[in-house]
Design a protein around this ligand. Structure first.
Ligand code: LLP
Length: 443
């Protein structure tokens, strides 16, 4: 298994993360356990921020909190000078509860409810990324009721589709998100928005996909944006002060994944904005981006305890762990691949090939196919790498399995960031209607 960030093998032959022995983490906090390498998260934030600072342009790096939204993470994003992208009232609430400065919060989503918009307006967030015509009118009306003028970006679908998994590419024309550039919807949106008194158009937003390993898609998006920007400047007298290019920067999950260094993505974006805008004699806009996965993905490791196994001679050996699709639905949803190791026997040689199964009542609940490990035994601690993004965030209580705890590790210290769910949490929102309550037997 590739060792990310501060992960290393210690003198006990155990995996260690953030200076803390993973076997000790498993016994202190129980398994399954999400472990977050705080130094690596901060390093990734800094890589983005520093690369932009070096460019001399105005910028905002908004952490896409959908990747992993808990209050402790919002604190780190704030401390690192990031902005924050939220897509629901729940993410917004989490950020506000964590004391994240509202003026650096951007609100996304293709179906923001009136209540969500009101909550965000009342919190005085920095910017709404407007997705469609219904929202444009609704936001204008709700802002008007409060005598407010609010900053907006218009989300456009530039018609660029990233080379990535079909389910998570969104820049193409046939998308539920945004105003289409090709069919004129984006133009009409600017035209309409510029006439609405309570909206201030800052510019446009484009997100072309996720887990992207090259810069071409971003460059193509910039080309589309500049073409559009010059058209609306001339015809509608609207100037874009901000161009937001979304997120999607890839990370290394398994061997063969070849992400670029963060600075390379940033520099390519900066260069292409600089040249294309200057080339059209257009004031160079502020650049905003929204990395999610690349901030937290490789900083996360999930620890499991091996329970049962089943050998089907000549076919395969299934090794079952105490979690599965409930804490990591990505293999089942996207056929995502992961690397793993035995945290308690990290120096032992690999002796067998096993497939790691979750404990849910579903054949599709497999975490890793064909993984080389030492001869696995019940009680071993299996560490799966690169689970920081879209794991906790997408976890469920399927089979009424309690969601794991999240621990942040740094400099030899481990701190709880999310408690393990209790049985009380599991039934906490259940209500037994009066007529279904168990009758006490009459004497
Ligand atoms: N901005 C927008 C508008 C987005 O839709 C997304 C991701 C991001 C930023 C952050 O993208 P990132 O840097 O994390 O790639 N659940 C899927 C990923 C869905 C991504 C949705 N949008 C997965 O587990 O791979």
């Amino acid at each position: 298994m590739y060792l990310h960030g501060t992960s290393r093998i210690n003198d006990h032959g155990h995996l260690e993360i953030g200076g803390v022995d993973a076997v000790k983490l498993a016994s202190d906090f129980g398994t399954p356990l999400y472990v977050v390498d705080e130094a690596l998260v901060r390093q990734r934030c800094r890589e983005f921020v520093e690369a932009f600072k070096a460019s001399g342009l105005k910028f905002q790096v908004a952490y896409a909190s959908k990747a992993f939204c808990v209050m402790a993470m919002c604190r780190i994003a704030d401390e690192e000078g990031m902005s924050l992208d939220v897509v629901s009232d729940g993410e917004l609430y989490t950020a506000l509860q964590a004391g994240f400065p509202p003026e650096r919060i951007h609100f996304h989503g293709n179906n923001k409810t009136p209540q969500e918009i009101e909550m965000a307006l009342d919190a005085k967030i920095g910017c709404f990324v407007v997705d469609n015509f219904v929202e444009l009118q609704l936001l204008n009306a709700l802002a008007g009721e409060r005598n407010r003028k609010v900053n907006i970006l218009l989300r456009i679908t530039p018609g660029v589709s990233a080379h990535t998994h079909e389910y998570i590419s969104t820049g193409q024309q046939d998308s539920k998100f945004g105003f289409d550039l090709g069919n004129g919807a984006a133009y009409r949106a600017i035209e309409e928005a510029s006439k609405l008194p309570n909206l201030e158009i800052l510019g446009v937003h484009s997100h072309i996909g996720s887990q992207i390993f090259e810069v071409e898609g971003f460059k193509m998006a910039v080309e589309k944006v500049i073409g559009f920007a010059t058209k609306v400047r001339t015809e509608l007298n609207v100037l874009f002060k901000v161009v937001n290019l979304g997120g999607g920067f890839g990370i290394r999950y398994v061997e063969g994944d070849s992400p670029l260094p963060v600075a390379q993505y940033v520099n390519a974006i900066v260069d292409s904005i600089n040249t294309s805008f200057a080339g059209h004699d257009y004031p160079v806009p502020e650049i905003w981006i929204e990395p999610g996965r690349s901030i937290v993905g490789d900083a996360g490791t999930t620890l499991y305890t091996v329970g049962t196994y089943k050998d089907i001679p000549g076919i395969r050996k299934y090794v079952a762990v105490d979690g599965g699709m409930t804490d990591n639905p990505r293999p089942a949803l996207y056929e995502s691949k992961y690397e793993a190791m035995l945290a308690n026997r990290a120096t032992e040689k690999q002796e067998e090939v096993v497939s790691v199964a979750g404990k849910c009542c579903e054949s599709g609940d497999m975490l890793i196919w064909d993984l080389e490990l030492p001869k696995v035994q019940t009680g071993d601690v299996l560490a799966v790498a690169c689970t920081g993004a879209y794991n906790y965030a997408m976890a469920s209580n399927y089979n009424r399995i309690r969601r794991p705890a999240v621990v942040f590790v740094k400099d030899g210290q481990a701190d709880l960031a999310v408690k393990r769910e209790s049985f009380g949490d599991i039934v906490g929102n259940d209500v037994i209607p009066e007529r279904l309550q168990k009758q006490t037997a009459h004497a």
